[in-house]
Design a protein around this ligand. Structure first.
Ligand code: XMP
Length: 507
């Protein structure tokens, strides 16, 4: 049985990070809403209580019955988690005289306490709290203090129950990962046996069991997540999996052909549908970005649905949904899970059941699983690409001619990034076709042609992004190549805006 740590989410911005850190210890974990603790699950080996935007004495503060977990599992409370346990068990939590945000150092700590095994003197930790624990419950002892916070960490004496006021999960808590390792591995007995190989083995076995001899349909996009999901399912059920890859005509140059080839080499049973004519027709004259997205979304469902209906005995729809698509920290309204529709919505009348084999994985774990499955590196490290494709990179209306120009320019830029070993250093890159013409001169001829903008950004999650500081020599070469080789373009600009306030895409 796969051991797991449960992280109860009280709504903190950093709850997902706790999950990341535990996974980095090769230990499986699940992040669940604070009030959804799985009773009677023998695979649970420990519980972590996250931070929260609330104060414990707020009327709306999220509360749990500690008796459900206390005495049954080792518990670690982080920030609000620590304050809540202290408060619920008779201690005192009050607004701090000065709210404490940022770096702090552990002035003293209990060197013998298993939570601090291997800690350095004055270890730096990251604080972010407005309240502070002013009195611990009876039978609790302080095990670490900073110059401002006396009860920076505590343990219930003789019990496997700890609380820390700081955030071990954030990068600036220098030995935060060590603290989590002490908890997960030494205290909870985590075997650190969660790996891509073990994931593939268990998931394939589970899928075989769950799907039996049923037929499954999966929408492929060419992206990492849906491709890995397909290869995993193919390993489990082989020809009972039918993949559908829709070409809306606004993919990158030769992408449909190349990706189809890759999929076929991987042994997938793929139906490629060239629906570009329909999309071009429906998009004719449309300039509003949101309108473009709506039309593409609607057409996509129509085309996918029509194909899927041909597989009359299908019972399941598989999706490449990954963990960050599913979890969203609790907000004040108590909404927990955001809706996710990787293929644009489940065709309801088909009555398909949903199968999401990657739903517990983070992006880098999906990539590891892809490698474990022997997928080619260029499929695994592929940049993100928006669902509506080049449609949102052509400002103004869309025509096949504009798509051709953009595909050619984009191909030179992306191939250039690969040739110069820059591709893996940027999060995402592409070219935008601007709705303006400018004057140029080529040979003895005056030209009046289009301008394009290059966009390349660095990021870790697309929530924030910086423009990539690409070498001038590289940009000079790309600019020259585009102007010389792409008919219809005589000017190249580079977008040096960060997100926020700009976004990655222009539309
Ligand atoms: P923005 O432009 O909001 O983009 O900074 C953030 C990330 O999302 C991608 N993106 C999309 N992906 N459908 C998608 O599937 C869309 O309509 C869409 N719009 C933006 C974008 O490429 C970037 O990775």
């Amino acid at each position: 049985m796969q051991q797991k740590i449960i992280i109860l989410d009280f709504g903190s911005q950093t709850t997902q990070l706790i999950g990341r850190r535990v996974r980095e210890l090769d230990t499986f974990c699940e992040i669940l809403p604070y009030n959804k603790f799985p009773k009677n699950d023998p695979s649970v080996i420990g519980v972590i209580l996250s931070g929260s935007p609330f104060s414990v004495y707020d009327e709306k503060a999220f509360k749990i019955e500690l008796d459900e977990i206390r005495g049954k599992y080792p518990i670690l409370g982080i920030c609000y988690g620590a304050q809540f346990m202290s408060y619920a068990l008779g201690g005192k939590v009050e607004p701090a005289e000065s709210r404490e945000y940022g770096r702090a150092n552990l002035q003293t700590f209990d060197h013998e306490n298993p939570l601090f095994k291997g800690f350095d003197e004055h270890s730096q930790v990251w604080m972010s709290h407005g309240d502070t624990i002013t009195a611990l419950p009876e039978g609790f002892k302080v095990i670490a203090s900073t110059d401002k916070v006396v009860n920076a960490a505590y343990q219930a004496e003789g019990e496997p129950l700890w609380g820390v006021q700081f955030h071990p999960e954030v990068f600036h808590s220098v030995q935060g990962s060590l603290l989590l390792k002490n908890f997960v591995v030494d205290i909870c007995g985590g075997k650190q046996d969660w790996s891509a190989a073990s994931f593939v083995e268990t998931t394939v076995a589970e899928l075989k069991e769950q799907l039996g001899n049923d037929r499954v349909i999966l929408g492929l996009s060419g992206g990492v997540d849906s491709s890995v999901a397909a290869v995993l399912l193919n390993k489990a059920i082989g020809k009972n999996l039918t993949c559908i890859f829709v070409d809306h005509g606004m993919l990158r140059k030769n992408e449909f052909k190349n990706v189809m080839h890759d999929y076929e080499c991987l042994g997938l049973n793929v139906i490629g549908v060239d629906a570009s004519e329909k999309f071009f027709k429906d998009l004719e004259g449309v300039t509003d970005p949101e309108q473009k997205r709506k039309i593409i979304g609607r057409d996509f469902i129509e085309v996918f649905d029509a194909e899927a209906h041909k597989i009359t005995d299908a019972k399941w729809l598989a999706q490449g949904t990954i963990y960050p698509d599913r979890i969203e920290s609790l907000n004040i309204t108590g909404k927990t899970i955001k809706s996710h529709h990787n293929v644009g919505g489940l065709p309801e009348e088909m009555n398909l059941k949903l199968c999401e084999p990657l739903q517990w994985l983070f992006k880098d774990e999906v990539r590891k699983v892809g490698r474990e499955l022997g997928m080619p590196e260029h499929l695994i490290t592929r940049h993100p690409f928006p669902g509506p494709g080049l449609a949102v990179r052509i400002l103004g209306d869309i025509t096949p001619e504009k798509v051709r120009i953009l595909q050619d320019a984009d191909d030179i830029f992306i191939q250039g990034l690969r040739d110069w070993n820059l591709y893996d250093q940027v999060w995402q890159a592409g070219v935008i076709l601007l709705p303006i013409k400018s004057v140029g001169v080529m040979g003895d001829e005056r030209t009046y042609e289009r301008a394009v903008a290059l966009r390349a950004v660095t990021s870790t999650d697309a929530m924030t992004a910086d423009w990539a500081h690409l070498p001038y020599e590289f940009m000079a070469k790309v600019s020259n190549d585009i102007i010389n080789k792409v008919k219809g373009v005589n000017r190249v600009c580079y977008d040096i805006s960060s997100k926020p306030p700009a976004t990655i895409e222009w539309e």
